[in-house]
Design a protein around this ligand. Structure first.
Ligand code: ATP
Ligand code: MG
Length: 296
């Protein structure tokens, strides 16, 4: 039997006149990774803050392992770790000093702190940089340290708010590995991201959040089937995009799509193939037939 670690029902939150969460329902199975995919301002951080007891909803229910985020706040805090959207490490200290400081704040002795710090530095591939000031770290190293620091005390549920935003491809991939290892250790992880590829690589289940509502949810496969594997982009001689067409990404589908449009392309039209962007996701999820696009 699968049990849910996180349960959210009818969650609403407004700031003044602005409705930021407009009735959110979701469940996250124990030991799984759930990705909340959405653009800037969608309400991702607001939801994470409510689930991690940093703010209260206006209405609705949210439970972590059966504990209510408002009524059982203390129990919830004992079950969760939050790695926020913006780095929480001290730049003047070294990586090792940052981890030791958090260990001591968590109540570990000096000896225990040294042992735990060594474990975390190894786990997050920061051993070589342990003695350097964080100021000199790359974005990827900072993000790994941020995660290490928040995992000083191991808890079953982890919230990761945009763990890889702003990182280059190599750092992003290395962080993905780390996140998958945490899942293998049995953690339940809810992460937010603006990258479809990230949700695809990591998540067992994805919910697409837009303007405070979940506009689609399911496995990466089921969403991709709706969004398309690769997008064919046609550009005119001025390098302006004149048409974007989602395809499944197979040779057959791409060539069939090209055959359909080849006759109506102006001379000099060039073709590009790219991964779907957030815009494509929303276009595909908010229009009933996304192949109805016509040449402009
Ligand atoms: N404390 C607050 N007071 C007023 N408005 C807020 C507050 N927190 C968030 N908002 C507004 O709520 C909306 C959603 O913000 P939120 O930070 O949850 O979005 P997000 O999906 O995390 O975006 P991003 O990808 O940029 O981090 C935004 O329009 C934001 O301006
Ligand atoms: Mg945010």
């Amino acid at each position: 039997m699968t049990t849910n670690s996180i349960e959210v029902m009818g969650l609403r939150k407004s700031f003044g006149k602005q409705t930021v969460l407009d009735g959110i329902d979701l469940q996250v199975g124990k030991g799984t990774i759930f990705a909340l995919l959405g653009p800037n301002g969608a309400g991702k951080t607001t939801l994470i803050h409510i689930l991690s007891t940093l703010s209260e909803p206006d209405s609705g229910v949210a439970r972590i392992d059966g504990y209510d985020v408002i009524d059982d706040r203390k129990a919830v805090r004992g079950l969760i770790t939050l790695t926020g959207q913006f780095a929480a490490v001290d730049e003047v200290l070294t990586g090792l000093e940052n981890i030791i400081m958090m260990c001591r704040l968590a109540g570990l002795s000096a000896g225990e702190s040294r042992v735990r710090a060594a474990e975390l530095l190894k786990q997050f591939d920061l051993e070589a940089a342990a003695g350097k000031r964080v100021k000199s770290y790359s974005g990827g190293m900072r993000r790994r340290l941020d995660l290490a620091v928040s995992l000083v005390v191991s808890r079953p549920v982890l919230f990761l708010d945009e763990p890889t935003t702003g990182l280059d491809t190599v750092s992003r991939r290395s962080l993905w590995e780390t996140i998958l290892q945490l899942k293998q250790q049995g953690m339940t992880i809810l992460l937010t991201t603006q990258y479809l590829e990230e949700a695809d690589q990591l998540a067992d289940e994805i919910a697409v959040l837009n303007h405070g509502r979940i506009v689609a949810s399911g496995s990466a496969e089921s969403l991709k089937a709706r969004v398309g594997g690769e997008v064919i982009e046609l550009r005119n001689t001025l390098d302006e995009v004149i048409l974007s067409l989602p395809t499944s990404g197979t040779v057959q589908d791409v060539s069939r799509t090209l055959n359909e449009i080849a006759g109506s392309c102006p001379p000099g039209t060039r073709i590009y193939i790219r991964k779907p962007s957030m815009d494509d996701v929303f276009l595909a999820l908010t229009t009933t037939d996304n192949k109805e696009a016509s040449l402009v």
